[in-house]
Every structure is written in C-alpha cells, then in structure tokens.
Design a protein around this ligand. Structure first.
Ligand code: TXA
Ligand code: MG
Length: 338
C-alpha cells in the first residue's frame, strides 16, 4: 500500500521534487483535481504516465508551471510556448495561479511527448500551495514544468483526494514508481477550464468553474465554441468521467416517478438531487446535491466514488440548473451519463 507523503512537510516537498527530477511519477495535489505528474521534458517519464493511465499517447497532457507572479511563470511559459497572443497573456495575468489551462503554440524542441505530438502545448499555473511548493523546489533541479493529467485510469472519475490516487494505481504502479503527495481534498473539485489560444482567437475546449463570462470579460472578445478543428482531448470525449455504476440525468419529477414505480423494491440505486424525493425503500442510497454550483463541483467526484463504493448499479442525478455557473458540473455529468 502506497502511503502518501504529507504535503505540509518541507521534507516531503523536497522528496517529491527529487522524484520528479529523477524521472519518477508524482501524485500531485492541485486546486482542481489530483494530477499524475512527471518532468514534462523527460520523454520516458511522460510515456509512463500514458501507460499507467491506459491513455492513448496522442491525447495531450497539461504542463504545470511554478509561479506566484508573472515574473515567475513567464520564463516557464517561454520555455514551452511561442507566439503567445495578447488575449492569452491577459488571461494568464487575470487567472494565474488558478484553474485555467491555455493551449499555446509549442516550441518545436520541447515537450513533444507531453503534447501528444500536437504542435501546441497546454500550460497551467496551479494555485494549490503544495503544487506551487513542489514546482518551485523542482525548478532548480532542472524541471521547467510538470506534465500531469488527472490521476485516474483512462475514462474514469478524477481523484480529489490522495487516497483516490492511491486506489487508482494500486497494482499498476509500485511505491518506488509512484510517490503521492497529500495536499488534502481539492477545493475546486472539477478540472480546469481549457481555452485554446493557438488559433488566433479564444476557443473554449472544456468548461470549468471559471465561466465563459469571466473569460470573455478579460479577453475583450467572444469565446468561440470548439469545432472539428480542435485537437482530440480526453476530457472532451463524449463518454468520460464515468463511475462503475450507470449514471442517468433526470429532472426531479422523473426521479420521483421512477422511485414510486419501484416502491419498496428500489435496490442498488443511488439518487443525488437538489429537490426532495421520497422512496418507500430502505435500501435507497440518497445524497442531497448542494444548491450552490461551487459546493457541488467540490464534492461531485467524491460523491460518485462513494456511490460506487456502496455497490449501487444505477445513479440517478437531478439535471443541474441551466445557469452558466453550472456549465462545468453539467458538462462532467453529461459525459458521466453518456
Ligand atoms: O484541472 C486540470 O486541468 C487537471 C489538473 C491535474 O491540472 N488536469 C487535467 O488533465 O484535467 P487531463 O489530462 O485529464 O485533461 C487535460 C485536457 C485533455 O482534455 C487534453 O486533451 C487537453 O487538456 N489538452 C492538453 N494539451 C492540449 C493541446 N495541446 N491541445 C488540445 N488539448 C489539450
Ligand atoms: Mg482527465
């Protein structure tokens, strides 16, 4: 059993930074979800991320860079990217460190494996203090950035605690291959918002807790929707983020009617709703969905995992409200249900 290191300890940070410099993999806490990280410039370490996840090698990874200020993150941006458009710089200044990933034209000589062969690269400066501490400590050891997809097996629910990371890679990666840093439960809970800034105008590739309106206000131009020219991206596959149980999105009345039909027979079913629903069954697994989108995002993946752990076969979820602050949560739930 892999025992996570306590990310509040300076010795743990030093050990994790050394693991990255040595070409090992690191379970890295960020404010969004935990990542499975490696030195982005170490092709064989990055290749091991793809194989451990079971992820196709042409699905590009996000590279995480250190920096509390522009003076700190800008050199790392320049290490990986070129031709950074003005609107992208404005977005970085407004939202970094934070839950925003920018796709930028890639410098040809760096990060090819991490970029999955694309001529662009995804960059993010995370705000989690433990992530920042490791990225800072790894920098003098020659690590410019840490390539890290979410630390889950391909297609499954992203991890939001160190224990989730350990359980994802149990039997896949040994304790010497994987070092996990514990930074507590993630604050945001769903993955970063991704904006493609490699095509001259901003394109939203993946919604997150930074909404389209936040981004447009800073860009000063409309955010376009993704089209068929956008590169293949795991988080944009129709089916993704799926727990073992089958997920269905329904409105509250549909869930109530289905429970009424089953009566005392509702077994192996979990419901996650904002509205009150009642069941005559003692076996129903029930959990209230927060009315607040941020609170829902924060707990969402842990709730889906807990339903799986309870052994349910079906998860009935009340469709999130149509409001823009729910875009990120709605997107994850639609993919989980696909
Ligand atoms: O919040 C997050 O973004 C988390 C944490 C760990 O930072 N990471 C994450 O990584 O969600 P991952 O690999 O699960 O999702 C990254 C997404 C994928 O959809 C990937 O295809 C897209 O980013 N991506 C990365 N580089 C890209 C590129 N050059 N072009 C297009 N999409 C890219
Ligand atoms: Mg992922």
């Amino acid at each position: 059993m892999n025992t996570p290191l306590d990310g509040r300890q300076a010795t743990a940070i030093a050990q994790a930074a050394q693991a990255l410099a040595d070409g090992r993999l690191l379970g890295l806490p960020t404010e969004t979800v935990y990542g499975l990280g490696a030195d982005a410039d170490n092709a064989s370490a990055v290749a091991r991320i793809f194989s451990a996840k079971g992820r196709p090698s042409n699905h590009p990874l996000i590279v995480h860079v250190a920096g509390a200020t522009e003076a700190e993150w800008w050199p790392a941006v320049q290490h990986y990217a070129t031709d950074v458009p003005d609107f992208a710089l404005r977005l970085m200044r407004a939202f970094w460190p934070g839950p925003l990933t920018l796709i930028l034209p890639r410098r040809e000589v760096v990060g090819a494996v991490a970029a999955g062969g694309q001529n662009s690269i995804g960059l993010r400066c995370p705000s989690h203090p433990v992530a920042q501490a490791v990225l800072h400590a790894a920098r003098p050891l020659g690590v410019w950035g840490v390539a890290a997809p979410s630390a889950n097996r391909f297609g499954r629910v992203s991890p939001t605690t160190a224990a989730h990371v350990v359980s994802e890679f149990e039997g896949v990666l040994s304790d010497t291959e994987l070092c996990v840093l514990d930074g507590g439960p993630c604050d945001v809970g769903i993955e970063s918002t991704i904006v493609d800034a490699s095509r001259g105008h901003p394109v939203l590739l993946r919604p997150g807790m930074l909404t389209a309106a936040h981004i447009e206000a800073v860009c000063g131009q409309p955010l376009r929707a993704r089209d068929e020219q956008a590169p293949r991206a795991s988080g944009t596959l129709e089916s993704h983020y799926a727990p073992q149980a089958k997920v269905r999105l329904m409105d509250a009345q549909q869930i109530q009617s289905a429970l009424d039909v089953l009566g005392t027979d509702a077994r192996h079913i979990a419901v996650y709703t904002r509205s009150r629903v009642n069941s005559a069954s003692k076996h129903l697994v029930q959990r209230a969905m927060p009315d607040d989108a941020a609170a829902c995002a924060q707990e969402l993946f842990a709730v889906l995992r807990a339903f799986d752990d309870a052994g349910v076969k079906l998860i009935w979820i009340e469709t999130p409200p149509p409001a823009p602050e729910w875009d990120g949560v709605r997107d994850r739930l639609q993919r989980a249900a696909a």
